[in-house]
Design a protein around this ligand. Sequence first.
Ligand code: CA
Length: 231
Amino acid sequence: MSRKILIVEDEDSIRKFVKINLERAEFQVLEADTGEKGIEIARKEDIDILVLDIMLPGIDGFEVCKILREEYPKIGIIMLTAKSQDIDKIMGLEYGTDDYMTKPFNPTELVLRVKSLARRMDIRDGEDDESILEFGPFRIDKYSRQFFKNGVEMDLTPTEFSIAKLFIENPGKAFERDEILNLIWGYDFVGDSKIVDVNIRRLRAKIEEDPSKPEYIETVWGLGYRWKNQD
Ligand code: CA
């Protein structure tokens, strides 16, 4: 099953170039040159991954991201940005970005990141003998990629889900930020590990009773994070 990607970008040359490269990597690609059209397509088609430019005529990429993230918490989102100051905004909690790329970018690099994100969304896990993981109030169905707390499904983004799974599979283990980047994003991330912190903050906001006093995801000062091993 090939993943369906929607690229929203008003610059024709970039959009076409990205499309060709993603199609070569055997993705199914839909395109839109405005945010409004992108939202319309996303609501009609069952898209897996959104590649979203920020600077668009009409509503901008941030607005599109917010709207679609709310309606479709499980799609993967990669933002394209021209300015370095956008990064802090992209890292805002409300957007739930899975990844971002700063322009100008190498299309090969973007394809790698889309592939990495697609892998994060992959239901095949190579360990399907035990597809249910349980920890305290949490239950993870690795096959359907559903995450439950006290029997209620939580809407996690693909990246949040992958991080939660990594933690619950390794209770008590302290992970360095760079280690999380490597294990989840799966490449040497160019940029900073803020993307780890922001995804942890979002995950805490969703799964912790009180995100400011996390019971499950502990900060390991100067290092990274650890899933508390509670007996
Ligand atoms: Ca643009």
